[in-house]
Design a binder for this molecule. Structure first.
Ligand code: ADP
Ligand code: MG
Length: 578
């Protein structure tokens, strides 16, 4: 259905056309008519389906010369960005209807300026619940004549703990009003709100999830604990997305990952709710302008933010809610374009979570291997070859031709000449490529560690003399590496040192991670243990205490804290040093 088939007036149709919209999206088609009639609407649809136009066009339509002097509509949004974004969109829709004056009010920005705008004839107010309430209490915002209130991204507002604020705002609005609620998910708490505050609402549900998701290729990689950032590094280098969003579950993780990726030379930038308004605006501007092509965000910060042209989405952390998976990956593959999504999982629990997500979304999420550094190198060289061959089709200058002829005349073979010319270019390219690999984690059968003969012993220069106990040793190893306690095997504590059996493919990583590490206050040095011809020096120094973690000894159960993000930060700190 086209916009001009609705009852919207000419001024609005012109503005919408100017914005390049012709067909309405499904949510617009189904909710604009009842909204124009004045009905309460409850709408459920994914991010990016055009909800802003759906609720704001009818609001703008109803503002008249008579009603323009007071606040006609209030739109509550969960974040400052969303309020600003909706306000900008409303400005565009009302381009040819001069009596419409939208204003956005949100925390972290000057109160005075907002008060001034409110006093100066604002008739649509878009704001975050807290700041709106603040204005209501100061009487700088009055809702006596309000006819429509919109709760945009209602589920997110509830998640963020705005319930009381929202209810306080609703209490200030006239009884006789239109109440509109849009939400990407419909948890019971939302249904409760609609029951309490809406009258005979029209339910508009768009089940577009599977449709949009169909266009997105979905993959996952499974990596050992603590190796997610390395895996991401390899994927980003290999897949070279033009523009990407990476999702984390916490603000802290957003900060840490952003810092790490920047240190590793990626144009990354982070976005989360703790940032100052000016910072957040800066972030969005630099992403929209293409200066930063990697946006790292939490669900809440990213909710509803409209970034165009994303060709790849990464789930660094799996979303806590299955529907969020759809919203996240729906950031790519928009407007009929194809997109790709990668989820990075670590540990059995996350693998099972991903399986649940795949069942829930009915999506086929295929496992792929993390690209290896040698494949990345081969690909880089292959693409160099391609671009050289391509440049053979472009015209060459007279000078270049002459130089080439004179070089050939020297009798040096073409192969030698080319190698000489290419060697710097090749070296420069290789220099930027990662040198590490991320192996697949050791697989377990029936939940038990598969007996792998590929272990080595690492040597730690503290032992009984330093009063070492196995849980100190294991605790430090787990903390420093992020590996799970069960990855480590026998721990033998001798007088002056300790040996620990570790998976062979993780040995280098473990040595690296243990640099600068302290165990029970002792600075330690860790190296590969050199066996001395069957009888090791240890026996001479008075025997050992053996703790075999796999055969009944008490497993390590947290010593210095199991906080995942802390582990990650320790880990990042180490990788950066290296
Ligand atoms: P949502 O609130 O559902 O996440 P938005 O309202 O932010 O979605 O819209 C997402 C993007 O789609 C915006 O860039 C908007 O301008 C664009 N858009 C909305 N409606 C249409 C339409 N009918 N045709 C084309 N683009 C549209
Ligand atoms: Mg929206």
């Amino acid at each position: 259905m086209q916009f001009n088939e609705t009852d919207l007036s000419g001024e609005l149709l012109e503005a919408v056309e100017k914005m390049g919209f012709s067909e309405m999206t499904e949510i617009q088609e189904k909710s604009i008519p009842p909204l124009l009639e004045g009905r309460d609407v409850i709408g459920k649809s994914n991010t990016g389906t055009g909800k802003t136009a759906a609720f704001s066009l009818p609001i703008i339509e109803k503002i008249t010369e008579d009603s323009r002097r007071y606040v006609n509509a209030l739109i509550l949004c969960p974040t400052r960005e969303l309020a600003m974004q909706a306000c900008e969109e409303i400005c565009k829709f009302s381009k040819f209807k001069k009596c419409v004056k939208p204003v956005a009010v949100y925390g972290g920005a000057s109160m005075d300026r907002q008060i001034y705008a409110l006093k100066n004839g604002a008739n649509i107010v878009i704001g975050t619940p807290g700041r709106v309430l603040d204005h209501l209490r100061r009487r700088t915002l009055k809702l006596n004549n309000l006819s429509t209130i919109v709760l945009d991204e209602a589920d997110e507002m509830l998640n963020m703990g705005f319930r009381e604020d929202i209810e306080a705002v609703l209490a200030e609005a006239p009884e006789e009003r239109q109440t509109v609620l849009f939400s990407a998910t419909m948890p019971p708490a939302i249904l409760q709100i609609t029951k309490q505050y809406q009258t005979d609402p029209v339910m508009v549900k768009i089940e577009s999830a599977s449709k949009t998701v169909d266009l997105i290729d979905q993959f996952y990689v499974s990596v050992p604990m603590g190796r997610k950032t390395d895996a991401l590094h390899l994927l980003l280098t290999d897949k070279k997305p033009q523009s990407t969003m990476i999702f984390c579950n916490t603000k802290k993780m957003v900060d840490e990952l952003t810092e790490t990726l920047i240190n590793r030379g990626f144009p990354a930038i982070g976005l989360h709710g703790d940032m100052k308004q000016s910072q957040r605006t800066q972030v969005m501007n630099s992403v929209k302008s293409g200066r930063n092509t990697i946006l790292i965000a939490t669900d809440v910060a990213a909710r509803g933010i409209d970034v165009k042209g994303i060709d790849m989405v990464f789930n660094y952390d799996l979303p806590q809610d299955h529907e969020y998976y759809i919203h996240r990956i729906g950031r790519t593959g928009r407007a009929g374009k194809c997109g790709t999504a990668y989820s990075i999982v670590s540990g059995r629990k996350q693998e099972l979570e991903l399986r649940d997500i795949s069942r829930y979304t009915k999506a086929d999420i295929k496992e792929v291997a993390v690209p290896t550094s040698s494949v990345i190198k081969e690909n880089a060289i292959a693409s160099m070859k391609e671009s050289i061959l391509e440049s053979c089709n472009s015209p060459v200058s007279e000078e270049a031709r002459k130089l080439a002829e004179s070089l050939v005349e020297t009798g040096i073979s073409a192969e030698d000449l080319l190698s000489a010319i290419l060697s710097k270019q090749v070296a420069d390219t290789i220099k930027t490529l990662p040198l590490f690999d991320v192996p697949r984690p050791i697989t377990r059968k029936n939940g038990k560690r598969q007996e792998s003969r590929n272990t080595v012993r690492v040597h730690i220069n503290v032992g009984r003399k330093e009063r070492m106990a196995p849980n100190f040793i294991l605790g430090a190893l787990v903390d420093a590496t992020g590996l799970s306690g069960s990855e480590f095997g026998k721990i033998d504590i001798y007088d002056k040192f300790t040996t620990v059996e570790v998976p062979k493919e993780e040995a280098d990583f473990i040595l690296d991670a243990m640099q600068q590490e302290k165990i029970n206050g002792h600075k330690v040095s860790v190296k590969i243990h050199e066996e001395r011809g069957g009888k090791s020096e240890s026996f001479r120094s008075g025997g050992r205490d053996r703790y075999d973690r796999r055969s009944g000894s008490k497993p390590y159960s947290g010593g210095r804290g199991h906080d995942k993000s802390r582990r990650q930060s320790d880990f990042n700190r180490k990788r950066r040093k290296g």
